[in-house]
Write a protein that binds this ligand. Structure first.
Ligand SMILES: [Ca+2]
Length: 312
């Protein structure tokens, strides 16, 4: 079996596992049909976008959303993103998928913008395989097409983008920055790469991986690592958002450490556009209040002692 065949087989197996029904029997669609089904879904633009809200810890207000691809089969079955996104990469469809998500998300967010409204950041995930000249052209075209403010678009890339061809990646990221968009390092803290790369990248934000966030309440060493990341971000002038926040205890620790922004099931799950539009007009005070007591007093004292805020 060649390396490509092996990868294809693995992707098919992964898709098959994701299609297993709860009783353990195979779902109706054989795994080998994923390529064709995904191609059809992309052709019909049947992949939808859900939006997960992101919150400013100090104000409790929604400050942005992350656009996440969702695929529902005609049978009503949802295909897990952890199955179809790697499959799209394996079968050469990640460009089409990325194009569709960027287009739909910019179109939707443009329709939400109203004069005087607080600007929200739209975070869009970019696969390492998408980082090329064609994506830079697509970015420019899409921003123009929807008159989308570039400063409100944030592209999330992972550290793995730097492993294959760091020089080329840095050149493309600089091209994106020239267009005015923001860049975030996704899954930060899991890449095992040298921190030295942070000094060379035009990065605006670190997105702390959920695996670290979920250890905060269990392990004081994780709290120390989080504190160091926040101090490092302050030194380098980066914004920080913690993802995968699922409990009030995690939120309390992050707030006490001075983490400025949070995202996670505790505050809001990914949701369809119409629902998200309503959610983003609300604050997360209902969650923050029992966490901090009086939300106003709580955030003032928190902001005062925050190592992040002190440096800004
Ligand atoms: Ca992401």
């Amino acid at each position: 079996m060649t390396s490509t065949q092996h990868q294809t087989y693995s992707a098919s197996r992964s898709f098959a596992r994701s299609h297993m029904r709860s009783d353990g029997r195979s779902a109706d669609r054989p795994a080998f049909r994923i390529e064709r089904e995904l191609a059809v879904a992309l052709d019909l633009e049947a992949i939808s976008v859900h939006y997960q809200p992101q919150y400013d810890v100090a104000t409790g207000r929604c400050c942005g959303v992350e656009a996440l691809a969702r695929w529902m089969l005609p049978t009503g079955e949802n295909v897990a993103p952890s199955a179809f996104i790697p499959a799209a990469e394996q079968f050469g469809m990640i460009h089409a998928l990325g194009r569709l998500i960027l287009k739909k998300a910019c179109e939707t967010m443009s329709s939400w913008c109203s004069p005087g409204a607080e600007p929200l950041t739209l975070s869009v995930n970019v696969s390492t395989l998408q980082i090329d000249a064609a994506f830079s052209r697509l970015l420019e075209k899409t921003l123009k097409q929807f008159s989308f403010p570039a400063r409100q678009l944030e592209l999330e890339i992972t550290e793995s983008a730097l492993i294959v061809n760091p020089e080329r990646t840095i050149d493309y990221l600089n091209d994106w920055k020239k267009l005015g968009v923001r860049i975030a390092i996704d899954d930060f803290g899991t890449g095992y790469s040298s921190l030295n790369y942070l000094t060379r990248l035009p990065v605006d934000r670190l997105k702390i991986d959920r695996s670290l966030v979920q250890r905060l309440a269990l392990d004081f060493k994780s709290v120390s690592i989080m504190r160091l990341i926040l101090a490092l971000a302050t030194e380098l002038g980066f914004d920080v958002i913690a993802e995968g926040v699922e409990t009030k205890q995690e939120l309390r620790i992050l707030a006490d450490l001075g983490c400025p922004k949070v995202q996670g099931y505790l505050l809001g799950r990914p949701m369809p556009a119409r629902q998200a539009q309503i959610a983003l007009t609300k604050t997360c005070r209902d969650v923050i209040k029992p966490t901090f007591g009086d939300p106003v007093a709580g955030r003032e004292s928190h902001a005062t002692r925050s190592p992040v805020n002190m440096a800004r």
